[in-house]
Design a protein around this ligand. Structure first.
Ligand code: ADP
Ligand code: MG
Length: 221
């Protein structure tokens, strides 16, 4: 492993919400991954580079040490597991919740009381299995990789388990949220070996992130 630190980020919401934290740590990026096609991006710090990966792949890059640290949603970590990862702190960014939603007019509570077997479409099969097992509801889980909202509209599923923040996407597709499973936000994940071998380089960055989060919470309070 080199002296250089590699930070794994995903495009979109997590990148947008991480930029201010990097800035507070004194780190800026010359190129945005939204416009650049490069997947390895330098930063203003000669000791830190950013790699752009799919959100669900962040824990994998960090677990194998291809990235020293990364930002991953707690939803992604629930599915992936924490092997090989050190999770120092929640960053309280990209906050939303994992919920069960059904089409308007579908009586979910009634179906559950009747002991009906529900078909549930989701990207989050592990979290969904645990949730419904805990309630004693029988489900057939259908794994999807995106656009979960479509599944009940075309008869693929009775319900979905997906992330909800404003509820706008659900409303646009005539779905209603019937159960909240868990709150979701982003976590910093660090490779356990890097934590020991690159402690000198990592410590100031982790401290700067923690301080940026503290300051922002203070400002919000
Ligand atoms: P992908 O399209 O690769 O599946 P997304 O960009 O939809 O990934 O989501 C990446 C991460 O952003 C998720 O793992 C989650 O932690 C967070 N996220 C997704 N949707 C929302 C939302 N509506 N509000 C806040 N955070 C979200
Ligand atoms: Mg998405």
């Amino acid at each position: 492993m080199s002296k250089l630190l590699t930070l794994a980020l995903s495009k979109g919401r997590i990148f947008e919400e991480t930029l201010p934290l990097l800035q507070a740590a004194g780190i800026t990026m010359a190129e945005s991954p939204e416009t650049s096609r490069k997947l390895i991006l330098p930063t203003s710090s000669p000791d830190l580079r950013v790699i752009i990966v799919r959100a669900s792949d962040v824990p994998t890059y960090v677990q194998y040490g291809a990235a020293d640290l990364g930002l991953a949603g707690s939803d992604v970590l629930m599915e992936h597991g924490l092997a090989g990862l050190y999770v120092p702190q929640g960053l309280r960014i990209a906050r939303c919740r994992l919920s069960v939603a059904v089409p308007e007019g579908f009586d979910y509570e009634h179906a559950v009381r009747q002991g009906a077997r529900l078909r549930v479409a989701t990207k989050y099969v592990e979290a969904a299995r645990e949730h419904f097992a805990g309630k004693g509801v029988h489900v057939d889980l259908i794994k999807l990789y995106g656009s979960m909202e479509l599944a009940p509209l075309v008869g693929l599923a009775d319900a979905i388990v997906d992330l909800v923040s404003t509820g706008g996407t659900l409303r646009a597709n005539k779905l209603v949220e019937v159960e909240q499973i868990v709150d979701v936000s982003s976590r910093l994940v660090v490779n356990q070996a890097a934590l020991k071998l690159k402690r000198a380089a990592l410590a100031p960055l982790l401290a700067a992130f923690a301080e940026a989060v503290r300051r922002r919470e203070g400002a919000a309070a």
